[in-house]
Write a protein that binds this ligand. Structure first.
Ligand SMILES: *[C@@H]1O[C@H](CO)[C@@H](O)[C@H](O)[C@H]1NC(C)=O
Ligand SMILES: *[C@@H]1O[C@H](CO)[C@@H](O)[C@H](O)[C@H]1NC(C)=O
Length: 403
């Protein structure tokens, strides 16, 4: 057997190893998803290896790959697209060319990517914003906040907040012809986290007079305390966000200190002094029965108090909106929450739905069976998923009816 044949055989075996990771049975386009998952797993392994060799930070490798999906701000016959800055924070702006009889609606969009990767220029995000702007004849502001590991919490939050606060000024809204009563903040995954955090913060900011009409949280990450909820357990190895990667994203948001990641991985990172916060994320109380299945709530495990002192960010509601007290939820806008079945973050969304409803907030909740985390990312070739398109349409339709 020649060396080439041997190499080919080994390469095929390696590919097969990636491709044959279990993908849930009840999922449509299963083969496609297996290939997508194989691609993601390969990237994660390459990132691990590169980091282990000391060549690059894990997230820098992921960033390099996602940046290959960046597109220029291209205007067309229907839409003016520009990259600009709002109070020194970059944004990508989508403004429809179609005449509007009155003032337009506006959506401030915050992309996902675990506070570490992604961007408003990534093809799926660019496309989602175009579709939204076009369907609603609305102005879309897609925020380009700074990312970890170079920048940690609260920089990501502050960047987004700066943009929102700048945009919500009456003079700025007037300049873009936006109706101050029909503005929404929306985001997916880490972007949903930032959207929820911003919406809470606006309630206590007396300088902002304009109120959001809606917040949209698409499979958001909302809490740092319990990384062992039923959805974390059930979806530990599901595409495209295994628990290990989510733990890495969370810890990188606060620090590159690997000991926080390790503590989070064993769910022993919360100091006993913060035990009072656990009731805010108690899935035993907050999850509907059908999502608990046969999981048993064992209560919190505590870790060294040094984490809480060194990285107080993970106990801060601006990073973990579920940690806001009930009184801080009063007055939040109408909320659309989307959760996916095969997602470690499913319970974060479900628990916020319960908390918000208890606080009397109007919540519209869509739970998508058979969907993986990040399903809205798969709306461009070659990784189109029919479900990605359906979910995107569903969300944009809802927004069109309600904003
Ligand atoms: C612009 O809008 C028209 C009418 O809705 C549509 O037919 C056309 O495909 C759009 N152009 C682009 C580039 O999207
Ligand atoms: C969580 O809820 C369960 C069931 O209501 C309760 O027994 C338990 O004490 C709660 N634990 C915390 C930490 O809030």
């Amino acid at each position: 057997m020649g060396t080439k044949t041997l190499c080919l055989l080994l390469a095929s075996l390696l590919v097969a190893y990636y491709v044959y990771t279990p993908v849930p049975e009840n999922i449509e386009e299963r083969w496609k998803l297996m290939l997508i998952n194989a691609g993601f797993r390969t990237i994660e392994h390459v990132a691990e290896l590169t980091e282990w060799l000391g060549l690059m930070h894990y997230m820098e490798v992921l960033m390099m790959i996602t940046s290959m999906e960046y597109t220029a701000p291209v205007s067309d016959e229907n839409m003016t697209v520009t990259d600009t800055k709002f109070n020194n924070v970059p944004v990508r702006l989508f403004i429809p060319k179609k005449q509007s009889s009155g003032l337009r609606r506006a959506v401030i969009y915050i992309h996902g990517g675990g506070w570490c990767v992604g961007g408003s220029a990534m093809e799926p995000y660019d496309l989602l914003s175009r579709w939204t702007a076009s369907k609603l004849n609305a102005v879309v502001v897609s925020v380009e906040y700074r990312l970890a590991p170079k920048y940690h919490f609260p920089v990501q939050f502050e960047d987004v907040y700066t943009v929102v606060k700048f945009f919500l000024q009456n003079s700025v809204l007037a300049q873009y012809g936006v109706d101050p009563h029909r503005i929404c903040v929306s985001g997916d995954s880490a972007g949903g986290n930032l959207a929820a955090a911003v919406a809470q913060k606006l309630l206590e900011d007396l300088e902002v007079k304009v109120k959001l009409k809606i917040q949209v949280l698409l499979y958001p990450a909302l809490q740092t305390l319990d990384l062992d909820s039923p959805s974390y357990r059930d979806n530990e190895n599901k595409p495209i966000l295994p628990r290990s990667l989510m733990v890495r994203f969370w810890s990188e948001y606060f620090t590159t200190d690997i000991s926080l990641k390790e503590a989070m991985a064993s769910n022993r990172h919360v100091p006993a002094e913060s035990s009072h916060l656990f009731r805010l994320v108690n899935w035993s109380n907050l999850l509907p029965e059908e999502f608990k299945k046969d999981h048993v709530y064992v209560g919190p495990k505590y870790g060294s108090s040094r984490f809480g002192k060194k990285y107080p960010g993970f106990l801060d509601p601006r990073a973990a909106p579920l940690l806001a007290d009930d009184t801080k939820l009063l007055g939040l806008p109408m909320t659309y929450v989307l959760t996916c079945q095969h997602d470690v973050l499913r319970d974060d969304g479900l628990m916020y739905v319960s908390r918000l409803r208890e606080a009397g907030i109007e919540v519209i909740h869509d739970h998508i069976e058979g969907a993986i985390h990040g399903v809205l990312m798969f709306i461009t070739s070659p990784t189109h998923l029919a479900l990605g398109h359906r979910v995107a349409n569903k969300y944009i339709e809802w927004l069109n009816m309600n904003l």
